[in-house]
Design a protein around this ligand. Sequence first.
Ligand SMILES: [Zn+2]
Length: 454
Amino acid sequence: MIKRNTQLLFALFALVFMSNVFVGKAEAGSLKDIPDKYAEEINYLINKSVVTGYPNGYFYPEKSVTREEAATMIGRALNLNGTERNTSFNDVDSSSYASGYIQSAVEKGIITGYGDGTFKPKNHITRGEMAFLISRAFNLTQISDIHYYDVERSGKRYEAINKVSTAGIAMGYPDGSYRPDQSITRAEFSLLVARGLNPDFKVEVQPQPIDSSVVSTAVLNVRTGPGISYDRIGQLTGGSIISIYKVVGNWAYMSYNDLKGYVHTDYLRENVRIVAIDAGHGDHDPGAQANGLVEKEINLDVALRTQRYLEKAGIKVVMTRTDDSFLKLNERIDYAVNRNADTFVSIHSNAFTPNAHGTETYYSTADLNPRAEASKMLATFIQERLVDALNTYDRGVKEGPFRVIEHNPLPSVLLELGFVTNDSDAAKLGSSFYRERAAKAIYLGIEDYYDWKY
Ligand SMILES: [Zn+2]
């Protein structure tokens, strides 16, 4: 068995070697499990001996990187002295394979240990720590206005994360988060090192908008720079909702569809309608289950349908989740608040004894007026529309101690579409016809609320 594997490995190496010679580029598949989308970068590093596979022919792309592995990869990437030797840390022995790279990286100021004199070589490196490591290793200095909603906008960690993002080396997630405390996989870390070494692999990191506004004049000029002397590159019509990335004096750099440029802030108004739609539960938390229905799925489906109605009406939507993922309750609130939502609607389905049925909507008076009054109005409008659309029993608008509405600074409601435990309600909750009706009703209730408020 061993002999055959060795032969296979030689064959694979030969293949890589040949392709290098004749094609000039390594092919994916030198190791058995390198994902296609990372193949170019990883093979680039394999060819430079910065990373290696395991003796069994696997790369294990999803394995978390330890701090000593990260130091070794960086050390090899930068051609640091890897000779095993004594280190500045009491938990990295001179006999450790990584000792040389760790010590070299310390001497170059690339890595630091902990206050207690340890390096914790076997700990997984986090995405936040990785940003420090990469930014120092590749001497990144440039800062831009990229930010992530889960990274505080000051301090050394923010700077490091900003630098790796500005350099086009590390990206956040599509939801606008960076997840600094998450560990990093071998595939991900390889990508970053490859981008640090070779600019061809870099990506353009999209800046995140800091705000939204509505155009409050009939026609608004868009210019290439922050002043009337700059060329006009387009025009916006009144009511257009724009995303703002930065403000320079009285000018805002904005985007509207594909149009990007500067507009004068005197012709913008606040009070953009941004609704946070929160599909209750998710992932390992299914919520109520009965009659073949799983609450998290109903909630998500209705939430996505509601999103479509709202967006069609020009209302911006912030979705706490768009797939079967899980967020803690306070994360749902933070997400909405950080994305400038002005209204929060949490969608749920109920469960109790088989006889219990109907639709109800909750609000909280925890923070009293004016939030409580707005919440109650929002609940009342949505409840009315929902009962009508679903033709369910009207259980009413109630005060409830749910965390997502009680500890929420936004006008917020939690609605229970119906009972999965009741035959009649369950039939509706399981039908796409009624889910669509529910979504439209929620959207109309939100419109009623905005009409009342503005
Ligand atoms: Zn629920």
